[in-house]
Ligand binder design. Structure first.
Ligand code: AMP
Length: 207
């Protein structure tokens, strides 16, 4: 029997169960920065829907064109776009202990779709790691990142304000969603990068 066949069978009967971590937090909380250390230490595949969308924009694809105006406005792109991206990564990436979702889900509807996606293979979200910073720190962090990464949506005050609004209105309800599911874990994100990373690792070691 070939290895691909063995892999397929092993996955079907869940011999090596994948872990599904959600990295959560407001814009500017440091999710991208911490994700790099987390994927390396725990052999996870990082899926940043924002980064995937920016790649599509840079490549000038139809999907990128559709997403650009919404991202520039600080709004969310349609669910089916990001859900398709997530599902395709789940299906194609192998050889890792699990996935680190960054920027997805962003609404309760997306969280429900994720639950349904995983339920198809009798899997579920392992844990949410939430990096929390107060509102007054969000803008300060984004302004700092703008000088380093040059992201278009970090440059305009109006876009930043809309992203913060969108976060509170549409994404923050997920705290409740995952608390009720017994999956929510919160880390104080106000410390230095090293301090936050150490706290995340201490938590991840228990999950
Ligand atoms: P991020 O890099 O996570 O800050 O995402 C940048 C932008 O991409 C967001 O402001 C949204 O416009 C879009 N985006 C990223 N992830 C999602 C998602 N899960 N649902 C809808 N829009 C998203």
């Amino acid at each position: 029997m070939c290895w691909t066949m063995i892999d397929v069978i092993a996955e079907t009967i869940n011999l090596h169960k994948m872990k599904y971590f959600i990295l959560f937090g407001p814009p500017g909380a440091g999710k991208g920065t911490q994700a790099s250390a987390m994927v390396e230490k725990y052999n996870l595949h990082h899926i940043s829907t924002g980064a995937l969308l920016r790649k599509e924009i840079a490549a000038g694809t139809e999907l990128g064109l559709k997403a650009k105006s919404l991202i520039d406005a600080g709004a969310l792109v349609p669910d089916e776009i990001v859900e398709g991206m997530i599902e395709s990564e789940f299906k194609t990436v192998k050889g890792v202990n699990g996935f680190l979702l960054d920027g997805f889900p962003r609404t309760t509807a997306q969280a429900e779709v994720l639950d349904q996606m995983l339920a198809k293979t009798s899997e579920s979200v392992t844990a949410v790691v939430s990096i929390m910073i107060p509102d007054e720190m969000i803008k300060e962090r984004i302004r700092h990142r703008a000088t380093i990464e040059g992201r278009a949506d970090d440059a305009k005050e109006e876009t930043i304000n809309n992203r913060i609004l969108t976060y509170h209105e549409k994404t923050e309800p997920l705290v409740d969603y995952y608390t009720k599911a017994g999956r929510y874990n919160e880390i104080n994100g106000t410390g230095t990068i090293d301090e936050v990373r150490e706290n995340i690792f201490a938590l991840m070691d228990t999950l």
